[in-house]
Design a protein around this ligand. Structure first.
Ligand SMILES: Nc1ncnc2c1ncn2[C@@H]1O[C@H](COP(=O)(O)OP(=O)(O)OP(=O)(O)O)[C@@H](O)[C@H]1O
Ligand SMILES: [Mg+2]
Length: 248
């Protein structure tokens, strides 16, 4: 693959819901095999970026490209076939079905033989989910359900993983494991675009960060620079200054 072609590219994308535009001429690029963290206040449009990439929203203007190919308006089936997997914000399981059945459904585009071969390998990442393999998904704890959702996406061995607030409901140790797993996947070539409010630890495992405000890009910098910059700490991480300001 041509190293100069970005894995993901938004070019002047305008997208939104009905007549209300959320992304306003948004342009950015994401390198293959990198983790890019999307940050910004509630309602900034972070989830909307992921939904637009996964074909849940069609850009009204501009282009979304995957490895140089225009995918604006592609169906989810075609995007899945191109190796994009999406773990949305919130709960997204079939609660009445078992853990195993949820995983089987995740592999529906792979065929049952491949799915059954891959399920054990995915479960190795999530031992607690493995123990509950025959339980109803709804009976898992919130954090276990999130791990199952991540596992379900990994079944596809995605080339691009879109993941929206994975840490919600996970205990700190599991969050650390999930970030470590994302890092390992990225180091093996998977491109990860992640939304995460747990900014400091997410930055530590990311290569780049993009900050959005009202659907516009306000910053795109290496994650290590943001972590090292006290101004950034005040703006995005709620450092001591922000705490003092809030107290005042
Ligand atoms: N289905 C929808 N219909 C109408 N408006 C929507 C819909 N989904 C999101 N919005 C609006 O779009 C804006 C951006 O939402 P989005 O979910 O992208 O924000 P976000 O940055 O992910 O926020 P959060 O940190 O709270 O998850 C918000 O004002 C939201 O109310
Ligand atoms: Mg969101």
């Amino acid at each position: 693959m041509n190293a100069t072609v970005p894995c993901i590219e938004f070019e002047d994308v305008v997208a939104g819901y009905r007549d209300f535009m959320i992304l306003n001429n948004l342009s950015f690029q994401v390198r293959t095999g990198s983790i890019t963290l999307l940050i910004g206040p509630n309602g900034a449009g972070k989830s909307t970026v992921l939904k637009t990439l996964f074909g849940l929203l069609k850009p009204r203007q501009g282009r979304v490209r995957l490895n140089g190919q225009d995918i604006s308006g592609s169906t989810q089936k075609s995007l899945l076939a191109q190796g994009i997997a999406f773990v949305p914000q919130g709960r997204n399981l079939f609660g009445q079905l078992s853990v195993y059945e949820n995983l089987e459904l995740g592999g529906i585009t792979l065929g049952m033989k491949t799915t059954h071969e891959r399920i054990p390998e995915v479960l190795e990442f999530f031992p607690r989910v493995k123990e509950r393999i025959h339980s109803r998904a709804a009976s898992l704890s919130g954090g276990e359900q999130k791990q199952l959702e991540i596992g379900r996406a990994l079944l596809l061995r995605p080339k691009v993983l879109l993941i929206d607030e994975p840490s919600i409901g996970l205990s700190p140790i599991v969050v650390k494991d999930v970030f470590k797993l994302l890092r390992k996947l990225a180091d093996q070539g998977t491109t990860v675009l992640m939304v995460e409010q747990n900014v400091k630890s997410a930055l530590a495992c990311s290569d780049d960060a993009i900050a959005l405000e009202s659907g516009r890009l306000v910053l795109h910098r290496p994650a290590c620079e943001i972590l090292a910059d006290p101004t950034m700490e005040r703006l995005f991480l709620g450092g001591a200054h922000a705490a003092n300001a809030a107290a005042a």
